[in-house]
Ligand binder design. Structure first.
Ligand SMILES: Cc1ncc(COP(=O)(O)O)c(C=O)c1O
Length: 331
């Protein structure tokens, strides 16, 4: 019997929308090979495809034109966290961090990326199996070009406190960077967008501020930079750590403590942070306008400092930058 699938008007407009999204068929590393991402396949009955059984990292690499080098930012910490996520999920990693670093360099160099790049590296439940299957486990490393935030075009986000609760350590630990965790973020994000906001902010089970859907959170209040502790249902964010170090080095008082939602309404500045988000200013929370409704001076200066350090424009913290590609003389 042949089934004919008809396309409704709604499907058609969706297809048109997708057509306008630029997709690049980059070279990726998967199961020991470098191939086009469009040629990479995963069994539809794999635990990854069915249940989101994977752990992953999103790593930013910053191109330094003066030095003609591409730097992966805080690569060691990302690889350590990837191993930690595997351990928590009881998903045996097929590779050691040093091997994964090599695969990442191979994938980036195969594409000859001489531009800001984001790398997705994912260890996943492969083959055919269910949510409790522990093997086979495979990996891919997929780099893609992604420009850094432009300082002359800093985003200004309107946030809401989500009515969805953040997943917690005794249900689906946010400390592990597991694909399935992001469905919690999806509920909150799509609700926020539906209600006319740009981003949601989650409260945890304890009613205290946790984090954004894919980023951690800081507020500036009474001259202190405050962020919820890593026991407040957040990912142990590498950017969060970077910001705490940079802010303290700049002489700021930085506190890790529980945060109430109404403190966000009264804050001078609030921002999200993460490898993807970098530093994204929030200019209102639930309609409470923060400061003058524009990205604040402390947030903007932290963003500038963050980009300088990650792209090697300043020489401080060389231990945070790993050269993953450079322009050769032949170019
Ligand atoms: C849920 C969540 N929180 C926080 C972050 C920020 O983490 P990092 O700074 O390590 O990228 C991310 C980013 O990927 C995230 O997905």
């Amino acid at each position: 019997m042949v089934f004919i699938i008809t396309t409704s008007k709604k499907d058609f407009s969706l297809r048109k929308l997708k057509k306008t999204t630029t997709m690049h068929d980059n070279l990726i590393w998967i199961r020991g090979e470098i191939i086009r991402q469009s040629k990479a396949t995963v069994n539809v009955l794999s635990p990854m495809a069915q249940f989101g059984l994977n752990v992953f990292e999103g790593i930013r690499c910053y191109w330094n034109e003066d030095k003609s080098e591409l730097y992966a930012f805080r690569l060691n910490e990302h690889l350590e966290r990837l191993m930690m996520s595997c351990r928590l999920l009881r998903l045996p990693s097929p590779y050691l961090p040093a091997q994964i670093e090599l695969f990442m360099k191979q994938a980036i160099q195969a594409n000859d990326f001489q531009t800001d790049t984001a790398v997705r590296m994912t260890i996943f439940g492969d083959g055919q199996g269910t949510w409790n299957t522990c093997e086979p486990v495979s990996m891919f490393v997929a780099p893609m070009a992604k420009p850094r935030t432009r300082l002359d075009k800093i985003p200004a986000l309107k946030a809401c406190i989500s009515s969805w609760e953040r997943i917690n350590d005794n249900a689906l630990p946010p400390r592990a960077k597991v694909g399935a965790n992001y469905i919690n973020g999806r509920y909150a994000h799509l609700q926020a967008r539906h209600d006319g906001y740009d981003v949601p902010i989650f409260l945890g089970r304890d009613g205290k501020v946790a984090e954004g859907a894919g980023a951690c959170l800081f507020m500036l209040r009474n001259g202190q930079l405050v962020t919820p502790p890593t026991t407040s249902s957040v990912l142990e964010s590498i950017t969060r750590d970077t910001i705490m170090v940079l802010a303290r080095e700049a002489g700021m008082m930085v506190l890790e403590r529980q945060v109430d939602r109404t403190e966000l309404y009264l804050a001078d500045e609030v921002f999200l942070c993460g490898s993807a988000a970098e530093i994204s200013p929030i200019v209102s929370v639930d309609g409470y306008v923060l400061g003058n409704g524009q990205p604040g001076p402390v947030t903007s200066s932290l963003l500038k400092g963050y980009l300088e350090v990650s792209s090697g424009e300043t020489l401080v913290h060389p231990e945070w930058r790993t050269v993953v590609h450079r322009r050769t003389l032949i170019d």
